[in-house]
Design a binder for this molecule. Structure first.
Ligand code: ARG
Length: 282
């Protein structure tokens, strides 16, 4: 089985953490009394970019803006499916201005940006999973934004309710291991998730959609193990999530540990720092 996992080359957008800091607290991980080591953050971030490139992925960067310390979390800026960009409208007033430089980047690259009218935090909560988009709500992105996204993309959007404030974005509680494009075409693919982050009904939805999902423990989730990026074969994962990485390895995935511990102080990890640009597949 190990060699049957097929990677697909990805295009990522990231933002250098030159201005990264914890200047306000908008999730339980953040404490303004715990300073960020920017040199260490830059170093860790560079190792993520290097790991992506070493595995054949293309990495673009958007210029960081001073005064926007959370701009490093590129995942929150938009969701891109088949070259269509659904721009974000942030929940916290402190983050709202981030939409501007990201929208400008997309426009410069030739993409049209459709801004969300309702509160929507991009790929943090809207997780494209092949035939549908899994969408989190409860803390940030609203159900109204789920409806807007479905209308805009013409792709089914499946709403899931998050209930644990430590897992305030869907991408802290679930990631797509395989979107169905690398394995048998037309299949639903597979995900890994921590059930305790979801309401009972949403857990049932996930069980129906993904009977073979990889179930993570709270420990894996608190180590940001579910804030991972998979290319269908390699899984860029927090080294703290050892249990989860071992299970993925047994299933034929190749864990690539990347330590972003400085970013955990702001409630973010690998996936939070990564926006995927999904083009139209030929
Ligand atoms: N401090 C940021 C916030 O609370 C972290 C965002 C993490 N991003 C993510 N995709 N989960 O908004």
């Amino acid at each position: 089985m190990p060699d049957s996992r097929v990677p697909r080359r990805r295009r990522f957008l990231v933002c250098e953490p030159r201005h990264f800091a914890v200047q306000y607290a908008i999730n339980p991980w953040m404490s303004t009394g715990r300073p960020v080591d920017v040199i260490r953050a830059l170093d860790q971030w560079q190792s993520l970019v290097d790991a992506y490139r070493a595995h054949g992925h293309t990495v673009h960067t958007v210029q960081p803006v001073s005064g926007l310390p959370d701009m490093v979390f590129a995942a929150n800026s938009a969701v891109v499916v088949e070259g269509r960009v659904f721009g974000s409208r942030f929940h916290a007033p402190e983050r709202r201005p981030e939409s501007v430089p990201y929208a400008a980047w997309f426009k410069t690259e030739g993409f049209e940006v459709h801004p969300s009218e309702a509160v929507c935090e991009g790929e943090g909560d809207l997780v494209p999973a092949g035939r549908w988009i899994l969408a989190g709500t409860g803390f940030r992105t609203t159900r109204e934004a789920h409806r807007e996204a479905q209308e805009y993309f013409g792709v089914p959007v499946i709403s899931l309710t998050l209930v644990d404030p430590y897992f305030y974005h869907l991408d802290t509680a679930l990631f797509v291991l395989d979107d169905g494009s690398g394995g048998t075409p037309g299949t639903a693919g597979n995900v890994a998730y921590y059930p305790g982050a979801f309401s009972p009904g949403s857990r049932e939805v996930l069980e129906r959609l993904y009977p073979d999902a990889v179930i993570a423990t709270r420990e894996d989730a608190l180590a940001f193990g579910l804030n991972s990026v998979s290319d269908g074969r390699h899984v860029f994962i927090s080294p703290g999530a050892r249990g989860l990485a071992d299970r993925l390895a047994v299933l034929g995935y190749v864990p690539v540990p990347v330590d972003l511990s400085e970013f955990h102080k702001a409630g973010g990890g690998i996936k939070c720092c990564t926006q995927e640009i999904r083009e139209i597949r030929s």
